[in-house]
Design a protein around this ligand. Structure first.
Ligand code: NAP
Length: 250
């Protein structure tokens, strides 16, 4: 099925070997776009997703890079551009957590999370802005988190990275608005994942009680929001953070 609101584009989704990134990559492929599936360690799942997309008649290729490394980010964007002949849409999704209360958080836990979740988005976006400016069209969607809006005990590194992503989103949006490049963030709440599956029943119930819609989200809820912000239908939306959280934060 192709996306009736946009022509076929080339898309890079960082961290799309599994989790939300995988669902986002699959959504773009289903809408008829050519997708760069990206991973750092999970080569097999990334290649399996590429095979699934190709089997369904779509177009995709897998790319490896450690996005915590600035030069690897630049190389990744170059490789995707070379393989696809351009780069129209970037979804900065790759992320990690290394939780702990501030007094116990080691310096490397702080730095690893900032590098992987925040600096990566700066370096990838910086490299991708050139082809987008040449094409006079571009979309950047940064995957933040509701905790970047609210704060969360035990996640100083992660929350700082996600709040930073929201600030980066607004600044890039202002800098490139006249170039027909929009930059937005999606802030997921509780999404069904290995993490939510592992919660014990009482913790699960206490989380659910905070969500007005009374359910956890699914990856497809996030993928739909990202695909919308990357489409021509969202041409006049930039610098925004769209929460996808069943009403948790409003
Ligand atoms: P996940 O299942 O743990 O997947 C993380 C992805 O990021 C994987 O593809 C992983 O690649 C990649 N990655 C990790 N470190 C990397 C590095 N140094 N270089 C390149 N790629 C790297 O994560 P998720 O739960 O889907 O989360 C995806 C994004 O959504 C994250 O930014 C997260 O903060 C955000 N988010 C998630 C939730 C949720 O409920 N799940 C809620 C709010 C926000 P490999 O497979 O190769 O390791």
């Amino acid at each position: 099925m192709s996306d009736t609101s946009s022509q076929a584009k080339t898309v890079l989704v960082t961290g799309s070997s599994r989790g939300l990134g995988k669902a986002i990559a699959a959504e773009f492929a289903q809408r008829g776009h050519t997708v760069a599936v990206h991973y750092v360690r999970s080569a097999e799942p990334a290649e399996a997703l590429v095979a699934d997309i190709q089997h369904a008649g779509g177009s995709a290729q897998a790319f490896q890079a450690d996005v915590a490394d600035a030069s690897a980010c630049a190389r990744l964007v170059k490789d995707v551009q070379k393989a696809f002949g351009g780069l129209d849409i970037v979804v900065n999704n790759a992320g990690i957590t290394k939780d702990g209360l501030t007094l116990r958080m080691k310096e490397d836990a702080w730095q690893d999370v900032i590098n992987t979740n925040l600096s990566s988005a700066f370096f990838i976006s910086k490299a991708a802005l050139r082809p987008m400016m040449s094409a006079k069209w571009g979309r950047i969607v940064n995957i933040a988190s509701v905790v970047g809006l609210t704060g969360n005990p035990g996640q100083a590194n992660y929350v700082a990275a996600k709040a930073g992503l929201i600030g980066l989103t607004k600044t890039l949006a202002k800098e490139y608005a006249t170039k027909n490049i929009t930059v937005n963030a999606v802030a997921p709440g509780f999404i069904v994942s290995d993490m939510t599956d592992a919660l014990d029943d009482s913790l699960r119930e206490s989380y659910l009680a905070q969500i007005p819609m009374g359910r956890f989200g699914v990856a497809k809820d996030v993928a739909n929001a990202v695909a919308f912000l990357a489409s021509d239908a969202a041409a006049y939306i930039t610098g925004q953070t769209l929460t996808v959280d069943g009403g948790l934060v409003m």
